[in-house]
Design a binder for this molecule. Sequence first.
Ligand SMILES: Cc1ncc(C[n+]2csc(CCOP(=O)(O)OP(=O)(O)O)c2C)c(N)n1
Ligand SMILES: [Mg+2]
Length: 561
Amino acid sequence: MNTNKSGVRALVSLCVAHGVRQVIISPGSRNAPITIAFENHPEIKTYSIVDERSAGFVALGMALKTKEPTAVVCTSGSALLNYAPAVVEAFYQHIPLVVISADRPNEFINQGLGQSIEQHNLLSSIVKKSVSLPNIIVDNNQQWYCERLINEALLAAKTGKTGPVHINVPLSEPLYELTSEPFENPKHIKYSSVAKAQWSIPEVERFQKTLILVGQNQIGQELNDILSELSKQSNIQIWTEATSNVAHPNFIDGIDKLLASFSINDTLLFAPELLITIGDAIVSKRIKSYLQQVNNFEHWQIGQSPEVVDTYKHLTHIFEGNEIEWLLSFKNQLPKNSNSTYQSIGLTQKQQLEKAHNTYCEAADYSDFSVYDAICKALLNNDIDIHVANSAAIRYMQLFERSASQTYYCNRGTSGIDGSTSTAVGAAMVTEKPVWFLTGDISFLYDSNAFWNEKLPKNLKVVIVNNHGGGIFRLIDGPNKTKVLDQYLETHHQLDAANICAQHKVAYQIAQNIEEVNNGIAWLQEQESTAVLEIFTPRLLNSDILKDYFKYIKNYTYGNN
Ligand SMILES: Cc1ncc(C[n+]2csc(CCOP(=O)(O)OP(=O)(O)O)c2C)c(N)n1
Ligand SMILES: [Mg+2]
């Protein structure tokens, strides 16, 4: 019989999956479920040592000799602190000691109960990673979270420079309820490092539908080349965004457009068997919910970081190292012939979408949509850097055509609106290239001190799309159902950038219709000093036009227009 605490069973299964074999247990009641589960597992050897200080060092000795991660398990309270001398030794010797402490549930800490202290992060300065698991697992999200945290800690112990980690396990009473349930198969995230000369990629011929998703990066030409080669494979689709900074006719750009066009059947047809991700942030929100809902696929994360980033909740393997080398290896290991129709399904849909998109653009009313369309058309094929502010600007930029001569930047690390203008200024200060900065009004006004700079770069051209507030809040579902939209979310205003530009002696023009927009862009292109074009758009119409666009491309794709 095993403990009925499913999180604890997952912890033990994952310890086994990550190579833990020896576990030293010190006595206590709070840790009884963990003791029961480890003792039950056929691949684990358990030992009992009363003194946690000594237990820590015994585990250290085992790990030293076996080179395997070795676990110690204790009850809540001061027991955990007694591991500290062994943990600090393991930290400086880089020994993978896995410290597992039982804990009281959070709500009972500092409430006068025995053996309850602040355990989370207690060892943080002498371990590679500390995690605290959720107490009760009530839904799939929490199960995913619990399994992800355990994987993260165990991967940290084993990878890079190895070392100790701390897994804190809050447990509520009753502690001794048993079940005959076998150990489940929690999600095991595997890891491979660049240390291998040739990447060993597990049985790639298994996959008829491989989706390569390219997040934000500045890797450049080499990435473009290898992805272009891969995009000719019949079982591969490559999805990109503006900030992916790659371009090829076979890549499917504009993920939001693609997903908006899906019929129910498409959601199945396009569902990958293998997802490969490269680069950092993905702007599209739709893809996150789409992939999270697809059943059963493998997700391989390729890149220079061993950190678990499980955006799509299916992460199965982290390959740490150089993306280009990995992709070359991957390509060499692909089977020569595949009858898959995955690539052609993607490209057919792409063609349809292009037709729908062009037809819609021709007729679209003056709005944020038509303004960004005009800007993208005017800048296409220019050899320039384009900085884009957060919120609606970066989302619109996903919809229009780009060229390989343009490099896109956006502060998507945390998507703040606080420093986009200053970032563009800084980038322009160290390049001779023209730098274009496309921003919303709130983002621009927020960071207006960006112009307070005695070396304001002459090559910086700024386009402000002023829709009189945070237009993004009219685009997303939810805010429009509330009374607080105008005043507190959109923060509707009548401000403009004229005085800011005047104060800093920056050339300034406005545009209020599409003709003025086109003239304004041409004017900006001619300016030999920092210049700003402020474009005013119809605040309330913008969201209708964008929503109509997504409806239109779906209907068009299925012949309803
Ligand atoms: C520092 C910071 N504060 C608040 C937010 C939340 N936020 C996201 S978008 C946005 C409004 C942006 O409006 P604007 O720049 O006018 O762009 P639009 O959506 O209208 O194109 C706000 C306040 C944020 N991302 N960063
Ligand atoms: Mg705005």
